[in-house]
Ligand binder design. Structure first.
Ligand code: ATP
Length: 236
């Protein structure tokens, strides 16, 4: 059904023990679109990402992805259905080489298609140069690139990029954004959680601002002007 969004979240609620971290969060992500999720520290951005990807179980609400209810699905099942969560700087196997990390991310079908690893090296030349280096010895930024490259191996339908640019040198931030642009051009939908609000808004179609675990503002990314940023994020 063309009018059904790829991801649909309704009244999502998450508790950590007795503490309420998300409440009443509803949002849609249409196929091939990009959503920026902004909010101050502790607003619930990473909690949203974890709840969508099955890492924390919601205490209420419903998450549908590609027409299936994934509200209580395990992380692995969510990933196999095409929703990939990239938590900052993680998800690589430190003892394996760059090339081995990429090979492991391929599904059997992906392996048959071939060329996927070479394509990753075209997008991220630095990974190609370091293909035989153990992932654990890469810099933080290089590990984030490898994590993104691994996600793109399985041609996901939706990538949640959680603060991928955190702590990166500006040049590497550009590389990460380029990688996400390419994924998007290939038809992958993206939820971008970003400290650089302006860049995220340039990238995204729509924007959701979280405040104390709830949606405080949502609208077109081009409509999230300085006033919205100042009011909810304390930024100019
Ligand atoms: P930041 O931008 O600082 O990373 P965030 O918007 O991603 O913040 P979350 O990490 O989702 O915020 O945290 C939302 C709230 O839930 C915070 O008040 C945080 O202290 C709390 N919280 C997060 N993880 C846990 C946990 N494992 N146990 C208890 N409370 C938690």
């Amino acid at each position: 059904n063309a009018s059904t969004p790829l991801l649909s979240v309704r009244d999502l609620q998450v508790h950590y023990g007795p503490a309420l971290a998300l409440s009443g969060v509803s949002l849609d992500v249409p196929e091939k679109s990009a959503l920026a999720v902004l909010g101050a520290n502790g607003a619930g951005k990473s909690t949203l990402a974890r709840a969508l990807s099955g890492l924390v179980p919601p205490t209420a609400g419903r998450v549908e992805f590609a027409g299936r209810d994934i509200t209580a699905a395990a992380p692995d099942a969510v990933r196999r259905s095409g929703l990939v969560h990239l938590p900052e700087g993680r998800g690589v196997f430190p003892g394996l080489t760059v090339q081995e990390n990429l090979r492991m991310a391929l599904t059997p079908a992906g392996a048959e298609r071939g060329g996927a690893i070479d394509r990753a090296f075209t997008i991220f030349p630095v990974l190609g140069e370091r293909r035989r280096q153990r992932a654990g010895t890469l810099s933080g930024g290089e590990q984030q690139m490898l994590s993104l490259a691994r996600a793109l191996m399985i041609t996901p339908r939706l990538v949640i990029a959680d603060e991928l640019s955190l702590g990166l040198a500006p040049r590497l931030v550009d590389v990460v954004f380029e990688g996400l642009e390419r994924a998007r051009a290939a038809g992958v939908a993206i939820i971008m959680i970003e400290q650089f609000a302006h860049r995220a808004l340039e990238f995204a179609d729509r924007c959701v601002v979280l405040q104390r675990g709830s949606v405080a503002w949502s609208g077109p990314a081009s409509g999230a002007g300085e006033e919205v940023l100042r009011h909810y994020l304390g930024e100019a």
